[in-house]
Design a protein around this ligand. Sequence first.
Ligand SMILES: *[C@@H]1O[C@H](CO)[C@@H](O)[C@H](O)[C@H]1NC(C)=O
Ligand SMILES: CC(=O)N[C@H]1CO[C@H](CO)[C@@H](O)[C@@H]1O
Length: 522
Amino acid sequence: MKHSVCNCILLLLLSSSSVSATSDAFDIDESTIAGVQSAFAKGTLTSRALVEYYLDQIRTLNPLLHAVVEVNPDALDQADQADREKTAGTAAGGGLHGIPILLKDVIATDDRLNTTAGSLAMVGSAVPRDAAVVRKLRAAGAVVLGKASMSEWHNFRTRNAPSGWSARGGQSLNPYVLLEYVCGSSAGSAIAVAANMVSVSLAAETDGSISCPSASASVVGIKPTVGLTSRAGVIPLSPRMDTVGPICRTVADAVEVLEAIVGYDDERDGDAMKEASRFVPQDGYKQFLKAEGLKGKRVGILRKRFFDFPRDPTKKMAFEAHFATMRQKGATLIDDLEIANMSIILDSRKSGEQAVMLAEFKISLNAYLSELLHSQVRSLQDVIDFNNKHRVEERIDDLGQSTLLAAQETTGLGPVEQRAVANMARLSAEGLERLMKENQLDTVVAPDASATSIFAIGGYPGISVPAGYGERGRPFGIFFGGLRGSEPKLIEIAYGFEQATKARKAPSFLYDGCASTGRVPC
Ligand SMILES: *[C@@H]1O[C@H](CO)[C@@H](O)[C@H](O)[C@H]1NC(C)=O
Ligand SMILES: CC(=O)N[C@H]1CO[C@H](CO)[C@@H](O)[C@@H]1O
């Protein structure tokens, strides 16, 4: 595998250099929604040209990166429609009109695309309707470009599968360090925006699945408060913890997408959402994109066990420099903070998180499957039987399906699960809630996705922002987390940080050896 990947890179470098931007006046690399909209307005770019460019990028890069499972056969028609509406002056307001978006393969679309969570068992299933977030994206005029690859079943098939792998999508790879994986489960969503195969993407997180790929592919991910965005029509893991959010190249783009998808629609969105809808500010989220957003903020540093990088001193130095920048931008840093019972929170078997996920996965997946208009599987047991029957590839058989089997063994939310739920609530109250209140914090920070379980078990939000490149060019990120509904503050802080640091660089498609020697090919 190593050898063939290296040959493949050489071909890629040759072919990608011949791909040119669609217009002289518009630089498509690292383009932002605002940049695209301004090119649309000037008439130097059309949605069709943008979609054609991305389809070409996918054809070129996807054989190596495996970030996209399916492209939408109707994407160009949708782009034409968006262009026509622009000309006629009937375009939807907001920034997403004519913008191509890639959806994680758990987000249902009632069109020619499949929605499979990376599983071969789900191919050909027909959904009763678009997911609620997709309805909102279509209303905003976005173009559905396709489905993004992911760790199969949100990394809940087996503990043996590598990150970003699925039977349908294959193994996705990191465009920065090519022989490495991008952390899952929303790997394809992060890789595709990082490598400019699409403008923006949508992902979903239960514990780490937006934050982790965002950090390892050097992009911005917003993990919204659970219930702020609808999960209706999204293949579930744990409704108590699942949340849908954007992965983009910039904070402003991610906020644009977030603003388009928040809000309660109907009873299918669930009670969690009704409750969280009070958090949505009347004038939306874009007002919080303040370059001076760090000013006056109280930032807690979870130093112990998180900010220690014995094997990567550059990373340690980078974070110290970032802390200095935050202070210089007017933030007050409260250092050396520690969350109570942290070792329990980080061990999903001790906190109860694993027990809850296993039971809720079975219940909610069975409910999702029973609603499908057509499907070769109708229950978790059917999925397991399918995997046993369809032994397509030795590598897949070897991976097994241990997590699916463990979930199938659960029998609803019994006493064990109820105790686990109560324990998670107590850990959150005595942990993050208490720490933030006692220190009057606006946010706590941790590197990459090291602390995501804190935010999973309490349904808390967070924003991941690129923070630099460490050993062998490997990207890393910083995670700003907060209490439920604190997105406005988190956006101010994340945007202020991004504008002050501008850490993101486009990927160089070098594999680790090349990155350290600077030789191409090697
Ligand atoms: C969905 O899956 C079916 C069955 O494999 C396939 O024929 C079809 O092309 C897929 N749809 C897209 C848009 O790729
Ligand atoms: C929920 C939980 O396990 N809480 C524990 C946190 O730690 C304190 C003391 O270290 C215990 O008393 C709690 O029971």
